[in-house]
Design a protein around this ligand. Structure first.
Ligand SMILES: C[S@@+](CC[C@H](N)C(=O)[O-])C[C@H]1O[C@@H](n2cnc3c(N)ncnc32)[C@H](O)[C@@H]1O
Length: 267
């Protein structure tokens, strides 16, 4: 060690020197404690000023966590998936559409977490159509996505690859649900005669987001909603690009939420 720290410690300016007497030593400890207090105050201020504690996690404004439909879904759904806050927002939107006719579609189902929360959000008999490859993400678009590959280099599998049989089985108790495995937009033709009140797009990448918008927007009821899960994602900027491009010449403009989702309400 021949750096500055070493020479400081020899001179006794940064650490207690063996030549210090007791009173020097206690002064030295006091100086260190003062420095620590300053650091603690800085850390506290940083936490208090961080957008997370100020804008998102305010316990008095989190009564949504106690809504019975959310609590019930939490106790029934044990599969991995998007965070509870985003599931709650989906539930709340669907509940608000009580007077809007049409089915529910989800593009990007994975294990079914968000779909199950939606099913437990209301007791209306709306039809649900669930689209997913169940083989994971499709190949990223070279210009509009930043993900280098849909294949995880560690496992050699596509990111979010799943098991369609298991997911189909999971939804068997719901007579109003149709699961449609396949790459988007291959299976959309099955619902070409339907109209929709609520469409959840959670496919992470540019092309399937764009294809889902192109298909579902013309079939969306007036006052119906489209919600995009990945609009605020730094990892998947293609979803935002697809939304912004698609709505650039429409009457609606995506409304962005702090938890990363964005939505539109059809005019
Ligand atoms: C983030 S996950 C969906 C998460 C889900 N909504 C939840 O609640 O956990 C993204 C899903 O999109 C699917 N996906 C991505 N690109 C697709 C494509 N081109 N066609 C069909 N499915 C696709 C993947 O298989 C994956 O299950």
């Amino acid at each position: 060690m021949n750096d500055k720290r070493d020479s400081n410690s020899q001179s006794g300016t940064a650490t207690a020197s063996p030549t210090m007497n007791d009173s020097d030593f206690f002064d030295h400890i006091k100086r260190i404690e003062k420095k620590l207090d300053k650091t603690r105050a800085l850390v506290k201020r940083h936490i208090a000023e961080s957008p997370l504690s100020k804008d998102l996690i305010i316990p008095s404004h989190m009564v949504w966590r106690c809504e019975d439909y959310f609590v019930q879904a939490q106790s029934r759904v044990s599969v991995p998936g998007i965070p509870g806050m985003r599931c709650f927002f989906l539930q709340s939107c669907l509940r608000s559409l009580i007077n809007v006719p049409g089915a529910v579609a989800e593009c990007g189902v994975r294990e079914g977490k968000s779909s199950l929360y939606l099913l437990y959000a209301t007791n209306t008999e709306r039809q649900f159509f669930l689209f997913d490859s169940f083989e994971g993400l499709s190949d990223p678009h070279p210009q509009n996505d930043t993900l280098p590959s849909a294949v995880d280099p560690q496992t050699g599998e596509r990111i979010f690859a799943g098991n369609s049989e298991q997911v189909i089985q999971r939804f068997e108790p719901f007579t109003n649900v149709t699961v449609l495995p396949g790459w988007i937009p291959e299976r959309f033709h099955v619902v070409s005669e339907e109209h929709f009140a609520f469409v959840h797009i959670d496919v992470d990448l540019y092309e399937p987001t764009r294809d889902s918008l192109e298909f579902f927007y013309p079939r969306l009821s007036k006052s119906g909603m489209i919600i995009c899960d990945d609009y605020g994602s730094g990892a998947y900027p293609g979803a935002r690009r697809a939304m912004d491009e698609f709505f650039a010449d429409k009457a609606e403009m995506p409304i962005e939420l702090p938890q990363g989702q964005a939505f539109i309400v059809k005019r």
